[in-house]
Design a binder for this molecule. Structure first.
Ligand code: DSN
Length: 438
């Protein structure tokens, strides 16, 4: 066996023999993996269907048109016909960050103001992150109420090109206070408002955010990378009635390959398409588009709807079990697929918790929590998700067993114990009982 084949087998074994609980990850079907590994990877197709810069694209044209239509159909499935008919999808964007950049460059000029969610509260880097080192910091300038105005170190390209102001969650509940966001929007007059993030466990009030955007004449962009599959499955609210732009990655709850889709109301279609190609990218990854198409076919089924609803039920039972065991679950629960737990106040570091869990076969990630006192490399929290466990067939009873193991590890860390007994064996048992599908 050559080195690459050996590593593929090794990684398959690792995925099979551990319980993946990173909420942004999932496990695809064999058909999705075959599509991504298909002959579509060989073809150059700069341009769009029926308007290409290379010959030989008749099949690619059919592929891209089909996947584009499927993206609109599946993502707006739970919306009215009127909403469904008003959306366009660009399936060429290579990643979530590229999708977001395409939205910005389609409607904004350098220097325009964006209002987005504060990164440490669960926002995303591509929504424009910057900070100042401790020595340069003047907190009175950077943060005021729920507003964060950024620092000297422009970490993400978005923060280099645009003027970024960010909103935090409410300091006591850690959920959004929309009245405060509205006040901030009126004060800052952004040209674009973004919602969406990576660790916000509650539903976002898309209708309210649309009202805020309308009040200040801003475009509204909902980044639903984490929730895409849950929206397609009807397990959480849809933003399509309210947003001007919706972007998402395809590999999280949607259970497709690593990739992304950028969607917009039809009136912005030309601008968005031009922003993607030739604005930001060259030839699309047609093999990824094929894999996304296959994932969308799978998401357009009753089975997937059941899956999406079970993901949420599983996350809610996980949160409930952790709360009952005395853990500090941020916002007291979840509306979606992820649970954020603050552990530092119990004397446990997020990094230690994540690495101890990994030792016994549970793969989660350390994470910042709202009003974080630590740093991204040593944060106060742990983020857990249920998409993979649900793909493996787990329901509430199995999730309770997983929660019990997580609580045992937490209590051992809290009490400075280092004997983990048979926890790895328990995880092995669950991995054997709930196998990864083919
Ligand atoms: N890195 C992703 C996540 O883990 O949430 C977001 O891009």
């Amino acid at each position: 066996m050559n080195k690459i084949k050996e590593l593929i087998q090794k990684e398959y074994d690792r995925q099979h023999n551990t319980l993946g609980m990173i909420p942004s990850e999932n496990y695809t079907s064999k058909e999705v993996r075959e599509a991504v590994g298909s002959v579509f990877m060989h073809k150059y197709s700069e341009g769009y269907p029926a308007a290409r810069y290379y010959e030989g694209n008749e099949v690619i044209d059919e592929l891209e048109s089909f996947v584009r239509d499927m993206a609109v159909k599946v993502m707006t499935k739970h919306d009215s016909k009127e909403v469904q008919n008003n959306w366009h999808a660009n399936v060429q964007v290579l990643s979530g960050s590229a999708a977001n950049l395409a939205v910005y460059t389609s409607i904004l000029e350098p220097g325009d103001k964006i209002l987005s969610m504060y990164l440490p509260d669960g926002g995303h880097l591509s929504h424009g992150w910057s900070y100042s080192s401790k020595k340069d910091r003047d907190d009175s300038l950077e943060s005021e109420g729920i507003a964060y105005k950024g620092g000297k170190k422009k970490v993400n390209f978005t923060s280099k090109v645009f003027d970024i102001v960010q909103y935090k969650t409410d300091p006591s509940t850690f959920v959004f206070d929309y009245d405060e966001i509205e006040k901030l929007a009126i004060q800052e007059k952004p040209k674009l408002i973004i919602t969406g993030g990576t660790a916000y466990p509650r539903d976002i009030d898309y209708k309210r955010m649309r009202e805020i955007a309308d009040k200040v004449g801003a475009y509204y962009h909902a980044d639903v990378a984490h929730e895409a599959g849950l929206i397609a499955g009807g397990a959480v609210p849809s933003p399509f009635k309210y947003a001007d732009f919706v972007t998402f990655t395809t590999h999280k709850t949607l259970r497709g390959p690593k990739g992304a889709v950028a969607m917009c109301k039809r009136e912005f279609a030309k601008k968005l398409d031009r922003a993607v190609f030739p604005g930001l990218q060259g030839g699309p990854f047609n093999h990824t588009i094929a894999g996304v198409g296959q994932a969308l076919i799978e998401a357009d089924t009753k089975e997937f709807q059941d899956y999406a609803n079970q993901v949420v039920k599983n996350a809610q039972i996980l949160a409930e079990e952790l709360v009952n065991a005395g853990l500090n679950v941020i916002t007291g629960g979840t509306d979606k697929h992820l649970v954020l737990v603050e552990v530092l106040s119990a004397g446990v570091s997020g990094a230690d918790f994540a690495s101890k869990l990994a030792e016994i076969g549970i793969i989660a990630n350390k994470n910042t929590v709202p009003y974080e006192k630590g740093s991204p490399v040593d944060p106060s929290g742990l983020r857990l998700g249920t998409p993979i466990l649900t793909t493996r067939g787990m329901k509430e009873d199995a999730i309770k067993e997983v929660a019990e193991i997580i609580v045992e590890v937490f209590n051992m860390l809290k009490n400075n114990e280092d004997q983990y007994g048979d926890l790895r064996l328990k995880v092995d048992g669950l991995c054997q009982k709930y196998k990864l599908p083919n």
